[in-house]
Design a protein around this ligand. Structure first.
Ligand code: HXC
Ligand code: NAP
Length: 273
């Protein structure tokens, strides 16, 4: 287990359903929630991604203590589903409840991206990203609603900052993530009455991720890094810490917030440096 930032076991007795939980940023978030004590269902299309990530969590659990009753690390479970397909989403929710008894945390991290100018983007290219990022988030929230209502649970959406200004070659993702932010605020208002908190994290550029690999060509990487006021790319750990905080009781009055975790990057977009 890495160095503890939070009190051990602060998410014990929670169950998190994490889309995109097999890789990258949301893979890190799933691991961090498990380290904080939650049982986690890892959900995406590729069972290979999911089983590898689940194995890493379950092995850490075994390393920590051979007695499953006393370990503070949660258990992981891999369940394949495409967030674009409501029937697969419903089955994944049901499988998680069957395995862990409930769901009270939903993390929506599944996303797709590629660089493409607006004039070259096909209707299906635009639609595919909106289908995964925005409609997929809706599909998950909708399918998990009854369970979240029953457990006074919460939703954490993974957004972005690129729609705060205009970002070339990112029309599709900007539109989708702007929608995710709208969904976050609307659900916070509608479902807050049921005790369901709905928040988002908007990461800036995060090192060693598929997103950066796809979006930031090596020659301009250093230039982008210099634009970040804190002088570095984000780490997956930075997003993990924000996620554990938002999912914990320490954030029990935070609802409808979109927490930017980007080292000040987007605010400095006008910087001439
Ligand atoms: C133009 C493209 C394209 C490209 C795909 N398309 N790649 N158009 N340039 N590079 C178009 C296709 O031509 C097709 O339209 C349509 O998109 C659907 O393509 P498929 O390959 O059939 O889609 P699918 O198999 O469903 O895959 C979805 C995907 C893929 C998004 C295209 O890349 C994927 O699975 N990505 C998941 C991993 C990922 O993207 N991770 C990064 C997340 S980072 P036509 O018209 O030809 O049928 C992120 C960062 C946000 O979100 C902010 C960072 C700062
Ligand atoms: P990533 O590892 O590629 O994560 C995307 C995940 O989504 C993958 O695990 C993928 O798994 C899953 N996925 C894609 N399509 C899916 C579908 N139709 N159904 C179910 N799951 C699907 O990329 P990342 O860079 O870490 O991004 C993670 C999140 O952070 C995304 O929401 C992204 O928009 C956001 N973000 C990233 C950055 C960054 O710097 N990287 C910045 C801002 C925001 P499968 O292939 O197994 O389906």
């Amino acid at each position: 287990m890495g160095q503890l930032v939070f009190h051990q076991g602060i998410l014990k007795d929670h169950v998190a359903f994490v889309t995109g939980g097999g890789t990258g940023i949301t893979g890190g978030v799933a691991h961090a929630l498990a380290e904080a004590g939650a049982n986690v269902a890892l959900v995406s299309r590729s069972i290979e991604h999911l089983e590898t990530a689940a194995k890493a969590i379950n092995e850490a659990r075994v390393r920590e203590g051979s007695d499953p009753e006393s370990t503070s690390i949660g258990e992981a479970f891999a369940v394949a589903a495409d967030v674009r397909k409501p029937e697969e989403v419903e089955k994944a929710i049901a499988a998680t409840i069957e395995r862990f008894g409930k769901i009270d945390i939903v993390v929506n991290g599944a996303a797709g991206n590629f660089l493409c100018t607006a004039e070259e983007l096909s209707p299906n290219g635009f639609g595919t990203v909106v289908d995964i990022d925005l409609k997929g988030t809706f599909n998950i929230c909708r399918a998990a609603f009854a369970e979240l209502k029953k457990n006074r649970g919460q939703i954490l959406n993974i957004s972005a900052t690129l729609h705060y200004l205009g970002t070339p070659m990112q029309l599709h993702v900007s539109a989708a993530k702007a929608g995710v932010d709208a969904l976050t605020k609307n659900l916070a208002v509608e479902w807050g009455h049921y005790g369901i908190r709905v928040n988002a994290i908007a990461p800036g550029p995060i090192e060693d991720t598929e997103g950066i690999k796809r979006l930031v060509p090596e020659p301009i990487k250093e230039k982008i890094r210099q634009r970040v006021p804190l002088g570095r790319f984000g780490l997956i750990k930075d997003i993990e810490n924000a996620a554990v905080f938002l999912c914990s009781d320490a954030a029990s009055y935070i609802n409808g917030a979109i927490i930017v975790v980007d080292g000040g990057h987007w605010l400095a977009s006008n910087s001439l440096r």
